[in-house]
Design a protein around this ligand. Structure first.
Ligand code: 26Q
Length: 817
């Protein structure tokens, strides 16, 4: 077991290091340094130590010719780096002791750091948790991605509506990044191909430079640090200068933009974004640079590519880096002279792929004509892969034309050339030796539905890897109050590295003293959040009310609207006196809507309109409050997770691939109200059905309802409480100055089929919410169940997930300690 108690500098020594950095690096006089200067100086101290560890790690991996895993992802939702770096270096306590009154506290200093929000949501945050676990478990591991100038937009609320603002997180540079001026690769686009037998010469029309910027990823309880290497696009220097020298600055600037726009901005995860040429260029840009980098490193170490698959594993985080399959083939064949057969053999042993969604509209495809224009050589390679694959299919299932049509890498668009598309998921499956879903249910549905044909062809290829979250960031760092309590109870800090240790808490659920301490920690965290809400939103929350939390991207399938229907129902019941046995509640929402997603934006607006009515009604104020916390992201989540009593995980069964917020909330002692969807099912299996509120139709029932024809109007007609809630939305009760405002929401439920079956789950949801109140009114029982939830969360550590990948997918089991 790594030792957390290595001698670290005391606060005196740290203070003098910070002062020195203030003087020599930040150029600021210690006695007058402000928060920002202190943040910069402290980050320099940490950076220096991480740099040394990084050099040592790289040296050791090179010397041992380590097998490495490369995690390719368009998104890494990192958040802030400081707290995590200090914890990994075991400097947290001394840093806290350095920053004392009357100066700023460590917390205030850390808040100077902007979030690195290079991701949309779950998929990007999962990648960040995985980097943490890979380093912590001692895997020789790298992340590769895009260094977006602008990551996720910042959300503010104006008159109850979402406003998006670009977030220039790099404006003042990041003290955590290490530019690598010597590391760059050329990425080419367009042009034509000249064929020679198995290989081709690609005469590209354009090229752009990919420049490397590294972020150190510290492991915990180990000196290993891994690397997240992000690529920035830059115009090729020579040509740029040409226009510059002639004094044509405008042309020089246009030229620069044409290239640098590739890494300019993160794409939102809405389907309207798919099909944009710039997105394809972004995907290829980072994949090509990363693969060139990986091959270069391998060649320096081994001098040959014949052992490539023995030495590297490459993981595809969804289909976004799928073009990597064709790019690796191109690099090995065209640039390094390997035969097609040898290259294909390597390729299939190297790649693995994770699918994150079953929704057909979210499966990535690209027009053949677009790929042909932007990546002509890759299109040829994809066609040949497809031809050999379909030859194999014919051998296995002769004459099954329909099967061939379904599994082909090319959707033939009904025979119209301009409608032909490349199916990126099929390319990933055919080019990988492992394919996985992200929860047991999702993996099961994957092989029963969208990939059923492939599962029949290659049954050994399909696996489940249930997601996890890093307990360092999401418990140890985000929730010091509970962590201290756990350290005392569990007799040490090693649960941070072995989350199964939480099991020992089960016994403490029966200990009244512990339940009290547990409740006190929760209340402290609720106060902390209430202070934040008062400051940011101007609403004063009652810390003794039940904090009912739904925080995630706003999407119809996640059914924030079902939550709103419950809020309105509760409000109506409080008004008409039919409410009995209810506990005071604060219903908290947070999440961003994709900027072009009308329905999601309407939901945000409705939440605000409902909040305005409910919060200002003196008759209900003590029993019900509604708050929308703006700009949800990693740092806001770190405040919310520890403060929640109830976790809303209410997606339509069969739609949420896994969820990871569900794990973070339960880990911090919230009880879940949720459907039988994604990882909720496994959470129930681990905490026990009596310690979670599961409601609604399961996947089989959802399918049956849809097959029989869902009749939302029947539910509306037969359930007076539901009718009343819906009518209040439709009548403009919450939008008196603009009564038709929510007709579209009403219509989507009643007249356009209620696609996500809110009305079919409403009654059970409301009934289950009543059981939640009853339990909350028995604090002892509530605390007991909350403690058992925490105790059951061991399997949802990202360390468990990554160990499983290391063993079953990446063949890196020997590196696990
Ligand atoms: C695709 C094409 C063009 C532009 C953007 C995209 C795009 C970007 C991001 C498509 C999807 C995403 C993100 C998906 C995502 O976050 N999925 C979530 O992944 C989590 C981690 O596995 C799961 O827990 C969630 O259930 C799943 O919704």
């Amino acid at each position: 077991m790594p030792d957390f108690a290595q001698p670290q500098p005391g606060s005196e020594q740290l203070r003098s290091r910070i002062d020195r950095k203030l003087l020599c690096s930040v150029a600021s006089e210690p006695s007058v340094a402000g928060k920002m200067e202190l943040y910069l100086a402290l980050s320099q101290v940490a950076r220096e130590q991480l740099a040394t560890r990084w050099v040592n790690t790289q040296h050791a991996d090179r010397e041992s010719k380590a097998r490495r895993v490369y995690y390719l992802s368009m998104e890494f939702l990192i958040g802030r780096a400081m707290n995590n770096a200090l914890s990994a270096l075991d400097l947290r306590d001394s840093a806290a002791a350095v920053f004392t009154a009357p100066g700023p506290s460590l917390g205030e200093v850390m808040e100077c750091e902007p979030d690195a929000a290079l991701g949309n949501g779950g998929l990007g945050r999962l990648a960040a948790c995985f980097l943490d676990s890979m380093a912590t478990l001692g895997l020789p591991s790298w992340g590769y991605g895009v260094r977006y100038e602008y990551g996720m937009f910042a959300q503010s609320i104006l008159n109850g509506q979402q406003v998006e603002k670009p977030e220039a997180w790099l404006q003042d540079r990041s003290p955590w990044e290490f530019p690598r001026p010597g590391k760059h690769h050329t990425v080419r686009f367009g042009g034509t191909c000249e064929h020679h037998d198995e290989w081709a010469e690609w005469h590209a029309a354009d090229s752009v430079e990919a420049k490397a910027f590294d972020y150190v990823i510290p492991g915990h309880g180990t000196e290993r640090v891994s690397t997240l290497r992000l690529w920035k696009a830059a115009a090729p220097a020579e040509i740029d200068l040409g226009a510059f020298n002639t004094g044509d600055y405008q042309r020089a600037a246009e030229f620069k933009n044409r290239f640098e726009n590739i890494s300019w901005v993160l794409y939102p995860n809405d389907s309207t974004a798919a099909g944009r040429e710039l997105r394809l260029r972004q995907e290829y840009f980072f994949v090509s640079a990363s693969l060139q980098d990986i091959l270069e490193r391998h060649l320096i170490e081994h001098g040959t590519f014949t052992n490539l698959a023995e030495k590297i594993a490459i993981h595809l985080n969804d289909t976004h880096p799928a073009i990597g399959v064709a790019e690796l083939m191109r690099l090995l064949i065209d640039d390094h002279g390997m035969s097609w057969a040898a290259a294909w053999d390597q390729c299939r042993r190297i790649f693995s792929y994770t699918n994150h969604t079953l929704m057909p509209e979210a499966l990535e495809t690209w027009k053949v004509s677009l790929i042909n224009r932007v990546l002509p050589r890759h299109l040829l390679i994809i066609y040949r892969i497809n031809q050999e694959f379909l030859d194999e299919v014919v051998r296995l299932y002769p004459g099954d034309i329909e099967l061939m049509r379904r599994v082909s890498l090319i959707d033939d668009g009904g025979g119209h050339d301009r409608d032909k598309r490349v199916r990126m998921a099929h390319l990933c499956i055919v080019g990988s030796h492992r394919v996985n879903g992200v929860s047991q249910l999702h993996s099961d549905l994957m092989v029963q539905t969208i990939f059923a044909d492939f599962a029949r062809l290659y049954p050994e290829r399909f696996h489940n890897k249930t997601n996890g979250v890093t307990p360092r960031r999401w418990l140890a760092q985000a929730n010091p109050a509970l962590s201290t309590l756990l350290d005392e109870r569990l007799g040490g800090k090693d649960w941070r590295l072995n989350l199964d240790r939480l099991q020992d808490l089960r016994a403490s659920a029966d200990d009244a003293g512990f339940r009290n301490a547990f409740a006190t920690a929760k209340r402290d965290n609720k106060l902390r959040l209430a202070n934040y809400v008062a400051r940011e939103v101007g609403i004063v929350l009652n810390p003794d009310s039940l904090f009912d939390v739904q925080v995630k991207r706003i999407h119809e399938y996640k059914r924030q609207l079902l939550n709103v229907l419950h809020v309105i129902t509760r409000y109506n019941a409080l008004l008409d006196g039919s409410a009995v046995g209810l506990a005071p509640r604060s219903v908290l929402f947070a999440g961003k809507a994709a900027s072009s997603y009308h329905m999601a934006k309407q939901v945000i607006r409705l939440i605000h309109d409902v909040a305005a009515v409910v919060n200002n009604d003196p008759r209900t104020r003590d029993m019900l409050q509604v708050v929308f916390i703006p700009n949800y992201g990693v740092s806001v989540a770190e405040l919310i997770m520890p403060a929640a009593n109830l976790s809303e995980q209410i997606s339509t069964a069969g739609t949420e691939a896994s969820g990871t917020g569900n794990m973070k909330l339960s880990l911090n002692g919230a009880l879940t109200i949720g459907t039988e969807d994604g990882a909720n099912i496994e959470i129930r299996d681990n905490v026990g059905a009596e310690n979670i509120f599961i409601f609604g139709n399961n996947t089989a029932q959802v399918n049956a309802i849809r097959e029989a024809g869902h009749r939302p109007m029947d539910f509306y007609r037969d359930d007076p409480a539901l009718k009343e809630a819906l009518d209040r939305i439709d009548s403009g009760f919450f939008s008196p100055s603009d009564r038709p405002r929510y007709h579209d929401i009403f219509n989507s439920l009643l007249h356009y089929g209620d696609h996500y079956l809110l009305l079919a789950d409403y009654a059970d949801y409301v009934a289950t919410q009543k059981r939640v109140d009853a339990l909350y009114l028995s604090p002892d029982e509530w605390q007991r169940k909350a403690i058992i939830n925490v105790a059951g969360m061991g399997p949802f550590s990202a360390d468990r997930t990554i160990s499983d990948y290391a063993n079953d997918t990446w063949n890196l089991g020997t590196y696990l300690k």
